[in-house]
Write a protein that binds this ligand. Sequence first.
Ligand SMILES: *Cc1c(COP(=O)(O)O)cnc(C)c1O
Length: 503
Amino acid sequence: MNYNSTTDKKIVVSAAQAISQGISNDGGLFVPMEIPKYSEEDFKAMLKMDYKGRAKKVIADYLSDFTAEEVADCVDNAYTAEKFGSENPAPIVSAKRNGNTMNILELWHGPTSAFKDMALQILPYFLTKSLAKKYEGKEAVILVATSGDTGKAALEGFKDVKDTRIIVFYPQDGVSPMQKCQMTTQEGSNVDVCAIKGNFDDAQTGVKKIFTTPEIIEKLQANDKLFSSANSINWGRLLPQIVYYISAYCDLVNKGTIKFGDKVNVVVPTGNFGNILASYYAMLMGLPINKFICASNSNNVLTDFINTGVYDKGRHFYTTMSPSMDILVSSNLERLLYILSDGDDQKVKSYMTALKTEGKYKVDDKIMDRLSERFFGGFCDEESTAKTIKELYEQSNYLADTHTAVAVDVYAQYVEKTGDKETPVILASTASPYKFSKSVLGSIIPKDEICGSEFDMVEQMNKVTGVEVPKPLAQLKNKEVRFNNVSAVEDMPAYVLKALGID
Ligand SMILES: *Cc1c(COP(=O)(O)O)cnc(C)c1O
């Protein structure tokens, strides 16, 4: 199976090359040229498998230039019980709020307590194997722009991985104290972390620009290095995320919550549109998903897009208590546009050009019809996020993080608007509540009862709720800060070259 660029179909590469490069040379994103379709028998066979077995099947079907042994090696090393707390890295918990029952798919049991681990624990294995096939002897330089969770998950996945270097940029004032602490204390000999004076979109634009600047690319080549990406623009990030939707469906059938063949809805707290897009791929492969409920915080550019067909990034940027969704340019939407336009690369290119030059674009009627048929968009402001955390905790004794709470509230909006209460729902829970202790604790007890440092709040929340603190977060307290660099956005290229010792 080969991959195209979303903005130039003439570009055709293998999976290994798509993963090594991260982004196509023309600036487009790599998409699979065909999508494997699973029959009833295929799904029934997967019912009997464990998570790793399901992952091996799905991944092998997309990475056709990997041997079965190579795929097995990636999966077996990534999803260990040691790293994810149990044999099933993505357990489902049932909870209820205001009469709505939800199957909450907890995706945050990995080493950094966010769902990014589901992909970033396996991406380094994909990447080192891809490099060996395509770029023997080269060092991969992984540049990451993060709104908080990707950065730490990528650092943890790539630390001390042979033939790789990783540099992470995060918005100086745009991440939670716990997220910042996780990144600035990162261990490993091949890692670098830098704050930038700007927001996430500035960081992402800065990284994309470095990736596509010819002089910088040449300089790397001359030094036996090449850029790669651990952001969700890399196909190797998206692919592992398809697995957990299929696996969750199988688990719900096995538990008797749904019957085989029943349709489900999915609800996803969305930022860069990677997680929800993975569920869309699962549907294209044959998983019976009815609606895709796209939940945003006050940065509601996607809500407006789904409701009007106009994507307009020219709006106020809010810093919210769900910082991993504080995004105005959702990169992976480009892949959905490619699918919904039946692979019209020139059309996708015209939209992306308009977004860059005019800050907005409007999709045609065909794309709009297909979008409205399947997607529901809604957003949840700060006050409602806090209220949702409180209600869910009081009614179900379930402690949700701020991002998950946004999804829970938007699901209620969906039920309210459509009356569709019957279709069972898989709701993606994307982070441990302890990554956002101040906001979560402040939602369940009066704010004036909270005090002290981030770690005092973690302890207090544990006392109040009895919910266990993930070990890696508890251990951070005693770690030494290794990185306190700050860079202006325009100095990012110079920072990278200096960090690599080739300035
Ligand atoms: C990254 C992230 C999201 C957004 O996911 P996308 O794939 O970028 O849409 C939501 N919640 C949390 C906690 C995250 O870390």
